[in-house]
Write a protein that binds this ligand. Structure first.
Ligand code: G16
Length: 542
């Protein structure tokens, strides 16, 4: 019943910022998914008889790869698989299941916020027993294995019934189909004051949540409407669709534009939010104000003690390097440590496991805490609602008073998508070549005080990750950061992160791009973005 199938390696299976992401037709090549899954198993030790969690965001090709992964888990000696009904598990829910049921690890099928469909994106990611993305030493081992793989093991059995809860036998391994929502909703009830949020909502506070036809729909329906009492219809686009309804399930101001417009109207609801393809990102918009992910991290950290799960305070805060410094000043005021990591949630795992950080966040719309080992979109929404229920102030008032206390970090990210890879790499190399000569140089009123290529020294395991983004720091705390995305699936995506710290409250009302205009111009002057990429303007500004 167990077959060993001969295969040949593919040379493009290097995991990026978050697992292996490629177009569906790439994954549909003969043995492509099988090779990668076998490479994962071949890079692990000691899983015989152990539990593996499998689930995905429901995108096109999800069910097919779940069938393959289950049959391969059986053939490779796992003792049990837990899989979400219909093959559905949001990324944070998968992390919770791994932790709660003490699984050996998990396979999460998702390309996150990237579009889905027959010619769109798909992805496979391995999470370790702490519930978090595999660290680099494991992803490096997986990649090395993909380059030499010559066979994989699979159980030659009928497809598994993914739609009925309960246990089945697959070649001697037990497969249990579980409800994807129950355990996650229970965890949220432990962390947050549902009674206080219910009473806020019943007092007429209007919430709208856009699930973007992606995985968070069933979770948000159950929690926001059924348990917290928001009227039916508060959760939009709640049925997960394989192609996300033809949309890009990325909760930003471009792809969640309709929500943004609704929140800026005179008769806007009090609170608007959205999550992405696999449920780990979040978008927070108050009536008349978009809260940047970097500000949201700072605000959540400053107010987390208002929620029962965090009433004892925070051990520390962690943010990715390109995320704004807004959280740094909160950490300073709270007298706790701030950790600056490379982009990628996997870098937070050690800090969370060691109890050094409680809350983590990234400019890329991710925030989360030590409750799981992934960022968690709905968690961020519920923490916001808990804070609003306790403070009884509007989102805009809370944000403005935060800026008045801590100063405002004007912040924007400019993305140049599908740029020619050679041109993008040339731009980065040329920047690296300038690093030594930039400090001391002035560009108009902006004087460079430091410039480097960010390297991270993990304080827990001592590992070093180099070349994590080029930082140019100016006098007064302004900054421009350049890096290439590790999640795109065609060409290169250049990300330029621009930030200015403004302590003066009277200058907190400037439109963001205007407040950053001189830095944006200097970024182009130093990096030659226009001339090297041939682009006049970014593809996406967030
Ligand atoms: C992933 C990672 C995040 C990272 C983001 C963007 O998010 O988990 O840590 O910030 O990609 O990465 P990049 O700038 O390299 O594209 P997600 O939501 O795509 O899983």
């Amino acid at each position: 019943m167990i077959k060993t199938i001969a295969t040949t390696p593919y040379d493009d299976q290097k995991p990026g910022t978050s697992g292996l992401r490629k177009k569906v037709p790439v994954f549909q090549q003969k043995n492509y998914a099988e090779n990668f899954i076998q490479a994962i198993f071949d890079s692990l030790e000691g899983f015989a008889g152990e539990t593996l969690v499998i689930g995905g965001d429901g995108r096109f090709y999800n069910r097919e790869v779940i069938q393959i992964a289950i049959k391969m888990a059986a053939a490779n000696g796992f003792g049990r698989v837990l899989v979400g009904r219909g093959g559905i598990l949001s990324t944070p829910a998968a992390s919770n299941i791994i932790r709660k049921y003490k699984a050996f690890g998990g396979i999460v099928l998702s390309a996150s916020h990237n579009p889905g469909g027959p010619t769109e994106d798909f992805g496979i990611k391995y999470n370790i027993g702490n519930g978090g993305p595999a660290p680099e030493k494991i992803t490096d081992a997986i990649y090395a294995r993909t380059k030499v793989i010559d066979s994989y093991k699979i159980a030659d059995v009928e497809d598994i019934n993914l739609d009925n809860e309960g246990a089945q036998d697959v070649a001697g391994m037990s497969v249990t189909v579980i409800d994807p929502v129950t355990d996650y909703a229970a965890l949220m009830e432990e962390l947050f004051d549902f009674a206080a949020i219910r009473s806020l909502i019943s007092s007429g506070f209007n919430v709208v949540f856009d699930a973007m036809s992606a995985v968070t729909g069933p979770y948000a329906k159950e929690i926001i409407e059924n348990r917290l009492g928001a009227p039916k219809g508060s959760v939009l686009n709640f049925v997960p669709l394989p192609d996300f309804g033809g949309h890009h399930p990325d909760p930003n101001l471009v792809h969640a534009r309709a929500l943004y417009d609704q929140m800026m109207a005179d008769d806007a609801p009090d609170f608007g939010a959205a999550s992405d393809g696999d449920g780990d990102r979040n978008l927070i918009i108050g009536k008349g104000i978009f809260v940047t992910p970097s500000d949201s991290l700072a605000l959540l950290a400053a107010n987390a003690h208002l929620a029962p799960g965090y009433s004892a305070g925070l051990a520390g805060i962690a943010r990715s390097m390109p995320t704004s410094g807004a959280a740094d000043r909160v950490a300073e005021k709270l007298g706790i440590k701030l950790y600056e990591t490379p982009t990628g949630w996997k870098f937070f795992g050690n800090l969370l496991d060691a109890g050094l950080a409680t809350i983590c966040g990234e400019e890329s719309a991710g925030t989360g805490s030590n409750h799981v080992r992934e960022k968690d979109g709905l968690w961020a929404v519920l923490l916001w609602l808990n804070i609003l229920a306790v403070r009884k102030e509007s989102v805009i008032d809370i944000v403005h008073s935060h800026w008045a206390t801590y100063g405002r970090n004007y912040y924007s990210r400019h993305d140049y998508e599908e740029v020619d890879s050679a041109a993008a790499n040339g731009l980065v190399t040329a920047l690296r070549d300038q690093l030594a000569t930039l400090p001391g140089k002035s560009f108009g009123a902006l004087k460079v005080v430091a410039a480097d290529d960010f390297a991270y020294h993990d304080p827990v395991d001592g590992s070093v990750s180099k070349n994590q983004g080029i930082r140019i720091l100016f006098e007064g705390g302004s900054r421009v950061v350049f890096r290439l995305s590790g999640t795109g699936t065609s060409g290169a995506t250049l990300r330029v992160y621009i930030e200015r710290f403004e302590p003066d409250t009277s200058r907190h009302g400037i439109e963001t791009q205007a407040a950053l205009a001189d830095l944006i111009a200097v970024a182009d002057e130093i990096a030659g973005i226009r001339s090297r990429t041939g682009r006049d303007a970014p593809s996406v500004i967030t």
